[in-house]
Design a protein around this ligand. Structure first.
Ligand SMILES: O=C(O)CCC(=O)C(=O)O
Length: 273
């Protein structure tokens, strides 16, 4: 489901870019919704939409509106997008779980995002694992950063390529504004997806344009990850989600094959075995 070149790139650097993975009309719809929702205070967002951190208390934090998939079908289509899912399925051994869909806005006034992930000081977080064996790449915690705008060189997502496999602490002077080869600034176009393992050391440079940076972060884990059992369809708003998305959110054992996975594999023309 991932090409040899994609596996090589993901394994070497900890991320891949899926170019023009999202239909143009869906990007337009998400931009429209972002521009509407981000002008509203939290008190006027339709629940369960809310800010991850309320902008009243955190005015310079990039504002992330969580539960976007409850707010409009376009975000449910995004969570099931075939280009994203063919990689998520490959990377989770066909055992995916949808964790979160967050619509995030960075403006010129927003803080940058310092490096996080990667080496955690002597031990690897078992919930955020990365392995390669038998010609397969395996990652337990993934982030699909879907860009809704063209990102100019010098701002937006940055990472330390290869840091998902690093066993040594990053020198303190290597920061989000450092240059290649230690730090890479990935600059997607609207409709591109930067898919990365959360074990990768990553962050974001300050936004420089008048119009905001808009990104949807779609996070997935393995379906049996027990560190996120609280992430279940929100009962009160369950009727806003399709059955497919509900099943994708559900926790399931690693021997269990979700119906939505079989459905996606069939759509992709992949052998169900
Ligand atoms: O804004 C970005 O691209 C970085 C986001 C980030 O650090 C995260 O989602 O963990």
């Amino acid at each position: 489901m991932m090409t040899e070149e994609e596996k090589w790139h993901f394994d070497l650097f900890g991320y891949i870019v899926l170019k023009q993975a999202i239909p143009v009309e869906d990007v337009q719809r998400m931009v429209e919704l972002a521009n509407r929702w981000h002008t509203l205070p939290d008190s006027e967002l339709a629940p369960p939409l809310r800010s991850y951190r309320n902008p009243i208390d955190h005015p310079t934090l990039p504002r992330s509106i969580v539960n976007a998939h409850y707010g409009d079908d376009v975000f449910q289509r995004l969570a099931l997008n075939c280009e994203i899912m063919r990689c998520v399925l490959a990377l989770t051994g066909n055992c995916p779980k949808l964790l979160a869909v967050s619509l995030t806005q960075n403006t010129k006034e927003s803080d940058d995002v310092g490096f996080h992930g990667g080496f955690t000081g002597g031990w690897r977080n078992p919930a955020n694992d990365y392995q390669v064996a038998d010609n397969k790449v395996f990652a337990t915690f993934l982030n699909a950063a879907v860009s809704l705008v063209d990102v100019p060189i010098g701002s937006g997502f940055v990472c330390v390529p290869g840091s998902h496999k690093s066993h040594f602490s990053k020198p303190p002077d290597v920061n989000i504004y450092s240059n290649s080869p230690f730090v890479v600034n990935v600059t997607p176009k609207a409709g591109d997806v930067v898919l990365f393992t959360e074990t990768l050391c990553h962050g974001a440079r300050r936004w420089t344009l008048e119009t905001p940076r808009l990104t949807v972060f779609v996070r997935y884990s393995t379906s049996y990850a027990s560190w996120s059992p609280e992430v279940q369809p929100i009962e009160e708003y369950r009727d806003k989600l399709s059955n497919d998305v509900c099943e994708l959110i559900q926790v399931a054992g690693f021997q269990h094959r979700k119906q939505i996975v079989n459905k996606l594999l069939t759509e992709m023309g992949t052998d169900l075995e």
